[in-house]
Design a protein around this ligand. Sequence first.
Ligand SMILES: Nc1ncnc2c1ncn2[C@@H]1O[C@H](COP(=O)(O)OP(=O)(O)OP(=O)(O)O)[C@@H](O)[C@H]1O
Length: 491
Amino acid sequence: MTAKQHESEIQTLKAQHSIEMEQLRAMQVRLKSESDRLETNLRTTNMQLDQQIQENSSLRATISTQSSNCLALESDNRALKMKIERTETTLAQRESTIEKLERELSESQTIVRELEQRIRQEETIRRRLHNTILELKGNIRVFCRVRPVSPSDNARKADTSTAQIKYPDQEGREIEFAHSTGSATGSQIEKAYPFTFDRVFKPSSTQDDVFEEISQLVQSALDGYHVCIFAYGQTGSGKTHTMEGPLNADAKSMGMIPRSVLQIYEHAKALESKGWVYTMEGQYIEIYNETINDLLANEGTDSGKKHEIRHGPNGITTITDVTTVMLTSPAKVAALLKKAAHNRSVGSTQMNERSSRSHCVFTLRLSGKNTITEEASMGVLNLIDLAGSERLSQSGATGERLKETQAINKSLSCLGDVIYAISNKDPHIPYRNSKLTYLLQNSLGGNSKTLMFVNVSPLMSNFNETLCSLRFATKVNSCTIGTATKRQVKA
Ligand SMILES: Nc1ncnc2c1ncn2[C@@H]1O[C@H](COP(=O)(O)OP(=O)(O)OP(=O)(O)O)[C@@H](O)[C@H]1O
């Protein structure tokens, strides 16, 4: 081969090489761009991988939290299931307890109904027995009460020496008044006057002691009987203290009237459970010189009014035109007594100690209805503070005072006559001889229970009056009034 051929071949090779070089460069550029693209892809993929890794780890964390939550929930669930099981057991037990209690309740209700029935029957029996006891004690009883020497005795500068008083027996039924007199030979002779009553209260006896003895009688009024409780005695012997208590009395010192009313309220309330419903109304009047005055009238409205006594066919006595107060609470009774005391004191300043010159009659009418047994009763409780029982010779009275004393003595002796005639079973009982006995016609005698307090003073200066009072009371005490019968009314 020639140089020229070589040269041309070299030139060809060179041209070929340059083409190939060009191709290679172009390929290099392509490869470079491809490599760049791949690098970019790799970076993107790496970034995505990092993201995925991050997401993966966060998901793993979430999964781990969720699975521990799930474990906690599963354990809670187990606990709840156990709790539900326990609750269901308790519920079942409770249901059976409720069933048992319901059975017991229904048994108890049956027992309660039976007991209530028994209580009602026993209440009726109690009423009968109570009445039998009182009948055995006698439907007319006399209690003697000796008052203590009072500060008012000293204030009056009276002779406060006391009589010799003995209480011989243990049972508290005997009393002996004695005094010494000079004999013809100059020696002292003691003269004793013994008396026996159903009960004797010493000066130390309290209002409580006295009420304890009369509370059974008060109960009788609630059971449908007519009851009269009198206080008899000379002026200043303690009648008002016994019946009403002192002015502004408290629970300890209050007298028989407020105590009786309180007891009646309490018993009436207790009887409600046995089906009894009571209505109570009260009246308070005074009989002065054979004239009736309304002690519950508003001031100044009673003067000139004429009050008449009427006996109804049902055994209920009424007085025309006097105030009747429905007693719905003990407070009403307290107000009523206050008003009566005020009206009496107004009278006494105008008419010279009228309180001791008039008979005061507090009447409580008790009508009861038993809604279960259909029984009904109508009882009356009369609490009477009699006028002072001084004899005319002792009172030294003249004029108006003489008339008063005569009227008092007449009505007191009429009271004695009536009690005597009843006990003697006389065909005629002289009720009409005095306003007092006429007023009490339905509450004295066979249908009623009567108690008389004979109040006496312990003072020697009152000795003769005391003996008179005790003799009057002894006469009353020797009377036996027939069997009391309950006022039955239609329910
Ligand atoms: N048991 C007693 N305890 C304490 N004081 C009493 C008792 N009885 C009476 N008194 C007092 O004796 C005095 C006279 O009593 P009271 O006024 O009750 O007599 P009375 O018989 O009602 O008199 P009158 O006929 O004038 O109304 C009063 O001061 C009273 O407080």
